[in-house]
Structures are given as C-alpha cells and as structure tokens.
Ligand binder design. Structure first.
Ligand code: DGL
Length: 269
C-alpha cells in the first residue's frame, strides 16, 4: 500500500521542444491542481518541427529518460511534432503511461464537426499525416484539409499574438480553409492556442479544437484508470527544467501561464 501511495504522489512529466507545452501544463494544472508536475522544455534543440523523424525520435527518448530520472508516474508529450513522429516508438520502449496530443485533439474534433476538418501544424506534423490517419481510422467520411504554418511558431515566440502581421499571416495560411468552408479546425501545435482568438476572428463560426485542453482531460482519465491520481489535497508543485538559457523561457512562461514561475533548472539530456 505504501508503495502504491508513493507512485500516486510522484509527479506527472510533461515535455515539449520548448515553451509551447506550457499551454498543456496550464490545462493539467487547472484540471488536476493537486498534482506535482515536472516540465521539460528542450530549448537547446527547438524547433523539432523541421527535423527528421529519426532525430525527433532520438530527442523524445532522451526527454523521457530524463523525466524518468525525476521519477515521473506518467509522461505527457506536449508537443505535436513529437507526438506525431515518436509516440508509438516511445510506447514500445517504456513501461509507464505515455500519452500525446493527437488522439485527444482528433476525438474532440470528431465530436463537434459536421464533416469538414482543417488541421494546422508544423511541417513535420503535417507531413507525417498522423492527424489525417487518426481521423480516417475513426471516420472515413470526414473531409480533411491540412496546412503547415511554419511562421506561427516564431510569431508567438516574438509575442506577436495579435496585430497586423499576425492577421496577415493567418489570412495567408487559412484563406484556403475559408474557401473550402471547413467547420472545425485542429490547432495541431502547442504554440497555436495563443493565436486562438485571432484565428477565431478570421475563420468565424468554426469550432476550434485546442489539443492542450483535450490532452489534460485524457491525462486525468489515464491516471484514473491506473489509480494513479495524487491523494494529496494541497496544491501541487511545479518544477521547470530546460536545456538552454533560462531568460527567454521565463519571459515566455509569463506570457503562456500569466504568472511568474520559479527559476528553471538547466539540465543536459
Ligand atoms: N512544440 C512544437 C509542436 O507542438 C512546435 C515547435 C517546434 O517546432 O518544435 O509541434
């Protein structure tokens, strides 16, 4: 019984290529305030979105190994690129529950769509066709449109979440979706929830699926299934680890989480 309680009170590990996964951390924190969370942002090797599948797999394995050293009870892959290219690989190697963002985003999109879904993400995510395959496996009748939006990540990282340049970039990438009259869009990159308002204004009356919200509720279901939900009543602690220079990370974290965070620890993976 003691052992079992120990496992329940171990932290949830969350990793991303950098800062984007903080949108997932925020949702996990909101849904499961008693959980301790360790966040790892691979800021030395970001972006993953333009790397090969072999490289993303290698980085993802190293990230999980690091989180295991921190004794996490589960891992949430809070990066679409890593989820698209490496999730199955990770689950073949490791024994603890490891979940990604794709399945949760797809389930939500299928629950709200009337038949035409648009998917946006990094080049690697879109080219992997992971979202497209997942949707087709569950419903062959859905019309799927996809678009990689490589300029969205740097826009968010520059804090340009609204304003003229952002509006024009959204129009450039999403004009074709508007013409195709999609009814649902999946934000298939962890940075994109910060552009949600502007995307909603541009597309109008389109369901916006933010995988960050969906994966948090999937994480809760998985922990519940394995009876691993923390027994603690008090608010959980967060620990932030990154692989490079903390200054930018701390500034971004403020933008993403709307609060100050403890000093991140720089680690080698
Ligand atoms: N976090 C990545 C994702 O969700 C975006 C940034 C990157 O390219 O590494 O796909």
């Amino acid at each position: 019984m003691n052992n079992f309680n120990n496992i329940r009170n171990q932290p949830i590990g969350v990793f991303d290529s950098g800062i984007g996964g903080l949108t997932v951390l925020a949702e996990i924190e909101r849904l499961m305030p008693g959980e301790n969370i360790i966040y790892f942002g691979d800021t030395a090797r970001v972006p993953y979105g333009n790397k090969t599948s072999a490289t993303v797999k290698k980085f993802s394995v190293e990230n999980v190994l690091f989180l295991l050293e921190e004794r996490v009870k589960m891992v949430v892959v809070a990066c679409n690129t890593s989820s698209a290219l490496a999730l199955d690989y990770l689950n073949n190697i490791f024994r603890i529950p490891i979940i990604g963002v794709i399945e949760s985003g797809v389930n939500k999109a299928l629950a709200v769509t009337s038949g035409k879904i648009g998917i946006i993400g990094t080049k690697a995510t879109i080219e992997s066709r992971a979202y497209q395959r997942n949707i087709a496996k569950k419903n062959k009748k859905i019309k799927i449109f996809s678009k990689s939006c490589p300029l969205f990540v740097p826009l968010v990282e520059e804090g340009l979440v609204n304003g003229e340049i952002t509006k024009k970039t959204i129009q450039m990438y999403l004009e074709s979706f508007k013409k195709k009259k999609i009814d649902t869009i999946i934000l298939g990159c962890t940075h994109y929830p910060l552009l949600k308002e502007e995307i909603a204004k541009y597309l109008q009356k389109v369901n916006i699926v933010d995988s960050a919200q969906e994966v948090a509720s999937h994480a809760k279901d998985v922990l519940g299934h394995f009876k691993l939900i923390s027994g603690k009543k008090a608010k959980g602690n967060n620990k932030f680890c990154i692989s490079d220079e903390p200054k930018n990370f701390t500034n971004f974290a403020k933008l993403f989480l709307k609060r100050n965070i403890p000093e991140p620890k720089i680690v080698n993976v």
